[in-house]
Ligand binder design. Structure first.
Ligand SMILES: Nc1nc2c(c(=O)[nH]1)N[C@H]1C(S)=C(S)[C@@H](COP(=O)(O)OP(=O)(O)OC[C@H]3O[C@@H](n4cnc5c(=O)[nH]c(N)nc54)[C@H](O)[C@@H]3O)O[C@H]1N2
Ligand SMILES: Nc1nc2c(c(=O)[nH]1)N[C@H]1C(S)=C(S)[C@@H](COP(=O)(O)OP(=O)(O)OC[C@H]3O[C@@H](n4cnc5c(=O)[nH]c(N)nc54)[C@H](O)[C@@H]3O)O[C@H]1N2
Ligand SMILES: [Mo]
Length: 764
């Protein structure tokens, strides 16, 4: 038997046995204390019938149908040379006739682990090298916070890049409030490559302290003793404001902290007291909004002062209308309690949202190919993609300024799946029919590939060499090619290199290095950086042979904002006042009064307290899928184990099920004015009565406005969090569900589209 070679995915590091060029067996990385079951999917993903097997052109595009057939058409098989010639030709034509910004190359998506072959980085490097393109800024994960929070806290560190360490919490914290819980499910994953899963270790630090799960779902905090406060979705801000007001009413706020470290407490406090709008934000005020009894809110508030408190919120809270507010309000509550910068106290966003939050600050050095600057200087906030395509020249507000949408003629995507990640997919489908040409590199037949005109087959990580890991985790990982590319798949790197050559300068993209050249270069930089930190890494050959290099943890325990607390002058924050801003006057003028200047309860429009709830009385939440990374494992047997009739489960409360005559296992139609999809009922005894939960990740398989499968993004609303952050607002969505009484139309997404070979027309 040959030695087991190492490879890496966002959902886990593993070793593989390869016999006669075939992947026989995989086993978890020897240093992963708690590997995720998800790695089991790899052998299937590699050879899936859904692999894109050859370069293809959409039939209607060849006939000049103006995009009408996108998503419905069959494809024509072509050779690589012809595919690359046409792709390079289309890029050159659109640049010449419409300018560089007419190419949309934001290409949002997680791509694969491994830094050298990271598709989204490569496509931007390629496009920027030849004039640039329209890009996307921020992300779907925490876009509202990413755009807005630096404005009031001066940093994005609080959104998950450097949170107060688990050890510090274990040692010092008395009360841990977990808004959205701390689900093990999301900790399966780490962008760049999960190597050591530590959710269990994190929870063990919390045992013995008072832990409160504030979430519509009890299952969001499992495996450790916790209280559960079932909250209505999107109402956390109201609860947090009421907790804050009750602390102030009791005179228990930390005046010394507020004076020294914050700006604008007075106008914020006036709002809480009702001086600015006539409504005092008491527990009695919040109770009917968030569905938690006033007595419970008041008792919780009064239990906080004088204790070491960590206020944690997961990213889902801000993927909502006015998603900027709960995070800002939580930071304000932490300030009112005087907890910011204390060991085990303060706040943190994302403890519940991916592996290794609260790890020591390893700062594992990972370097991909440089992307460079975008000469086209054209960007949109990431989730405004459909608006842009539908409204060229239209204006919109973002981060305090007015911007104009470019006129997009060509879409180029590699490493993402907008028909997974975007909201209101029927609207996106209409938007995708607008441009002249859509080019997609994919490994698998996603809905995005089905909506393209030119589809180029990409390799997966298993078919190439790379270097991976995450800055938050302790291993640099050598990713060794395991098998030859399947079908005619090629590396994105090689595709872009060949396109660059056709555009006149191969080296402008490759930088004169090949795959192993870039891997050695990345490792060399890591060796140098670690040497500066006094750590000697093994030489490249030894690293590659062994499969990993370990990065030691720094000796000090990390506490967010501890330096600021110690010396607020020397460590001024990057905000207008240099302090934590609880009020910003400019917000009011910039938004012409549409936003108040402090954290505030703002109506999310689609929530259980809205008039629309008369017609659509259930709040749909769309969490991350347990058996997948986003849409990536669709079509596998591993994922199918969780399905029935090709459909995903939808969690529904006992009461909501009873009221509708639904029992466990029933097939449901989930609908609102935007569309409908299907799922089987999983009755959940520990879910908020008026909430249903359907995970993302099911392939979009449209039949008119109905999705044949279980994709909740036909239901979600395509609107920005607000004009401040313009993040996606996927979690603000009302629906109704009913037992399906007609036969289900079979799901088609497990089969590739029809492919014909020229000269052999009509054959499949
Ligand atoms: N309703 C709702 N929608 C959501 C969310 C939600 O909470 N609710 N969450 C949002 C969030 S947080 C995120 S991050 C997004 C995720 O959205 P995406 O990141 O777009 O989802 P993925 O399925 O990971 O898409 C990555 C794609 O890259 C492809 N790929 C993998 N490796 C390679 C490669 O080497 N080369 C090429 N060319 N392609 C490759 C995969 O096959 C896959 O199709 O979804 C968002 N959408
Ligand atoms: N297995 C797996 N893990 C993943 C991913 C995956 O695809 N699969 N994706 C990764 C990515 S890209 C990201 S960005 C992170 C996302 O991490 P999160 O945003 O933390 O994950 P979600 O599953 O969307 O939401 C977690 C929980 O938040 C609760 N919640 C939703 N809305 C509200 C609300 O308004 N108030 C309160 N109090 N609670 C609410 C829901 O009950 C839900 O179960 O997950 C990462 N981890
Ligand atoms: Mo994400």
């Amino acid at each position: 038997m040959s030695r087991l070679r190492l490879s890496v995915s966002h959902w886990g590091t593993f070793r593989a046995e390869v016999v006669d060029g075939e992947l026989r067996r995989i086993e978890p990385f020897e240093h992963d204390p708690d590997p995720s079951d998800l790695i089991r999917v790899w052998p299937e993903m590699l050879t899936s019938p859904l692999r894109v097997s050859a370069p293809l052109f959409r039939a209607g595009w060849l006939e000049g149908d103006g995009g009408a057939g996108r998503g419905e058409d069959h494809f024509v098989r072509v050779g690589w040379d012809e595919a690359l010639d046409r792709t390079a030709g289309e890029l050159a034509r659109v640049r010449r006739d419409h300018g560089d910004a007419a190419i949309f190359g934001g290409s949002y998506g997680w791509s694969s682990a491994g830094r050298i072959h990271h598709a989204r980085s490569l496509i931007r490097r390629f496009l920027y090298a030849f004039g640039g393109s329209t890009d996307q800024v921020m992300n779907y994960s925490y876009g509202a916070a990413q755009a807005f929070i630096p404005r009031v806290l001066g940093t994005t560190a609080a959104i998950g890049s450097h949170l107060t360490s688990a050890e510090s919490i274990g040692e010092h914290c008395d009360i841990f409030l977990a808004f959205g819980g701390l689900p093990a499910r999301t900790w399966a994953v780490q962008s760049g490559g999960a190597s050591a899963h530590v959710h269990g270790r994190f929870l063990s630090q919390l045992s013995g302290l008072r832990l409160v799960n504030i979430s519509p779902s009890k299952a969001d905090l499992d495996g450790v003793e916790a209280e559960w406060l079932p909250i209505r979705p999107n109402t956390d801000t109201a609860l947090i404001l009421a907790l804050t007001r009750e602390v102030i009413r009791a005179g228990r706020h930390d005046r010394a902290f507020l004076d020294r470290y914050t700006e604008g407490f007075a106008p914020f406090a006036a709002y809480l007291a009702g001086e600015s709008d006539g409504t005092e934000k008491t527990a009695d005020w919040a109770a009917p909004i968030c569905g938690i009894p006033a007595g419970t809110i008041r008792a919780l508030a009064l239990s906080l002062p004088g204790r070491r408190v960590m206020l944690s919120a997961n990213w889902a809270l801000q993927r909502a209308r006015h998603g900027e507010q709960p995070f800002w309000a939580l930071a304000a509550l932490a300030a009112v309690l005087g907890q910011i910068g204390l060991p085990g106290g303060g706040f943190g966003f994302g403890y519940g949202s991916s592996n290794a939050q609260g790890n020591p600050r390893y700062g594992t050095p990972l370097h991909g190919l440089p992307i460079g600057a975008n000469p086209a200087r054209s960007v949109i906030p990431v989730a405004r993609v459909a608006d842009m395509l539908l409204d060229p020249g239209g204006s919109y507000r973002f981060m305090g300024r007015t911007h104009t949408y470019p006129d997009i003629r060509l879409i180029y995507w590699a490493g993402g799946n907008p028909f997974h990640h975007h909201q209101d997919l029927n609207r996106l489908r209409a938007a995708f029919r607008r441009p002249e040409t859509v080019i997609v590199h994919e490994c698998h037949w996603t809905a995005t590939a089905r909506h393209a005109d030119i589809v180029l087959p990409a390799t997966t990580t298993l078919e190439r060499n790379d270097i991976g890991g995450s800055s938050r985790e302790p291993y640099l990982l050598a990713m060794e090619k395991l098998v030859e590319p399947q079908g005619e798949a090629r590396n994105d790197f090689d595709i872009f290199a060949d396109l660059a050559e056709r555009l006149g300068d191969r080296a402008r993209f490759t930088g004169g290095r090949d795959e192993m050249g870039w891997i050695r270069h990345a490792y060399g930089r890591a060796v140098q950086e670690m040497a500066e930190r006094g750590v000697t890494l093994p030489d490249f050959e030894r690293f590659w042979e062994r499969g990993y290099a370990e990065i030691p943890a720094p000796p000090e325990t990390y506490v967010m904002f501890s330096d600021y607390r110690a010396d607020p002058e020397a460590h001024r924050l990057n905000t207008p006042s240099g302090r934590i801003e609880l009020f910003q006057k400019d917000l009011i003028s910039e938004t012409e009064g549409r936003q108040p200047g402090h954290p505030a309860w703002l109506d999310p429009e689609e929530w259980l307290g809205a008039p629309l709830a008369q017609r659509y009385p259930l709040h749909l939440l769309t969490p991350q899928p347990a058996r997948k990374l986003h849409g990536q494992m669709e079509g596998s047997g591993y994922v199918a184990e969780g399905k029935r009739d090709g459909l995903e489960p939808i969690r529904i409360s006992e009461r909501a099920a009873r009221d509708r005559g639904i029992v466990e296992g029933d097939i449901l139609r989930i609908f609102n004015d935007r569309g409908a999809c299907h799922a089987w009922a999983q009755v959940d005894p520990a879910l908020h009565d008026d909430v249903v939960m359907l995970a993302t990740g099911s392939a979009y398989d449209p039949d008119g406005r109905e999705d044949r499968g279980s994709n909740p993004n036909v239901l979600t609303r395509d609107i920005g969090s607000s004009e401040l952050g313009q993040g996606c607002a996927a979690q603000s969505c009302l629906v109704e569900v009913a037992r399906l009484d007609q036969p289900l139309r079979p799901v088609r997404s497990h089969r590739p589209p029809r492919i014909v070979t020229p000269g052999d027309m009509g054959q499949e």
